[in-house]
Design a protein around this ligand. Structure first.
Ligand code: NAD
Length: 295
């Protein structure tokens, strides 16, 4: 059935997500403070409004796709009083688990319903409508959101209660960051010892050191032709985003007293790399490890 949707945040991800909702026949009111983003949304068939509150009034569902948790909470303060009672708020931004829980408490306290639904799949997945959604919140709200999320995504997983969607996202990306650093250290050690990248790949890809980072996203050119390493480390998944997600994971490790030394170290390694290489793919960390090993 056609849903009346408010969509806030028409950036790299939000613009194509909102466009897919329009294409599927939903009625989308869109807002972003950046004029160029509003013009693009209008071209894509959304009805553009001139304030956040205007995008929330009279909606069944309000979707946010914003840069950080502080903004989500600020925008919720404008949206919640403007929305009809019982509106379903779905935040798709990647934010701190603690902020996601606060957002849900605020929405529910204002008489609404709330889900956190961060995504993986990047701009390519947003454009193709093949994102993965990791959802936190109640079962009935998940069921209500599912048909709309399936327009924007290929896989939608209900992970648990409020904030648990964000938890799934940062746990996955923390592990990816750690495994990319570990793989890169092993590759550079192999180089020093005379092990070619192809021989490394031929052995490790079917041995106990195997990982997605190696077999699908190999950080050196050659063994996996489609990996960003073969394209001068153009993202892909930019270092800036990996560094952001590792920062969120580090916050959660600390807040929950987890002995997460590798997670914290990966966050530190990527924060430093991000100062010089924010726009390169995160797998370019291997080049940093290599150059620091030659000193
Ligand atoms: P982006 O910066 O391109 O877009 C964010 C948009 O929010 C901008 O257009 C900005 O103007 C808008 N905005 C700011 N304040 C607003 C307000 N008050 N009301 C409405 N809109 C407002 O960021 P993005 O790459 O689209 O990422 C969005 C979120 O998705 C982030 O949390 C990011 O971590 C997450 N994410 C991004 C990717 C990716 O590949 N880009 C992948 C997965 C998850």
């Amino acid at each position: 059935a056609t849903q009346r949707i408010g969509f806030l945040g028409l950036g790299h991800m939000g613009a194509p997500m909102a466009a897919n909702l329009v294409r599927a026949g939903h009625e989308v009111l869109a807002y972003d403070p950046v004029p160029a983003a509003r013009e693009q949304a209008a071209e894509n068939g959304a009805t553009v409004v001139d304030s956040a509150a205007a995008a929330a009034a009279g909606r069944d569902l309000v979707i946010t796709m914003l840069p950080n948790g502080k903004l989500v909470l600020d925008v919720y303060a404008e949206l919640l009083p403007a929305a009809d009672p019982g509106t379903l708020f779905i935040d798709c931004s990647t934010i701190d688990v603690a902020d996601a829980k606060s957002a849900a408490v605020l929405a529910i306290g204002a008489g609404h319903r709330a889900l956190d639904a961060p995504v993986s799949g990047g701009v390519g997945g947003a454009t193709a409508g093949t994102l993965t959604f990791m959802v936190g919140g109640g079962a009935a709200d998940f069921a209500a959101a599912l048909p709309v999320l399936e327009v924007m995504g290929a896989k939608v997983v209900h992970c648990g209660g409020a904030g648990v969607g964000q938890a799934a996202k940062i746990c996955n990306n923390m592990l990816l960051g750690i495994s990319m650093v570990g793989l890169s250290e092993a590759l550079v050690l192999g180089e020093k010892l005379g092990l070619s990248h192809q021989s490394f790949f031929d052995v490790v890809s079917t041995a106990s050191g195997q990982s997605w980072a190696l077999t699908s996203y190999c950080p050196v050119p050659g063994p996996v032709p489609a990996s960003p390493a073969n394209n001068d480390y153009q993202p892909g998944f930019a270092t800036a985003l990996m560094s952001k997600d590792l920062g969120l994971a580090a916050n959660a490790l600390r807040e929950n007293s987890v002995d997460g030394r590798l997670g914290l170290l990966a966050a530190e390694i990527y924060a430093r790399f991000n100062q010089t290489d924010a726009g390169r793919d995160f797998s370019a960390i291997v080049t940093d490890i290599r150059s620091r090993s030659d000193q």
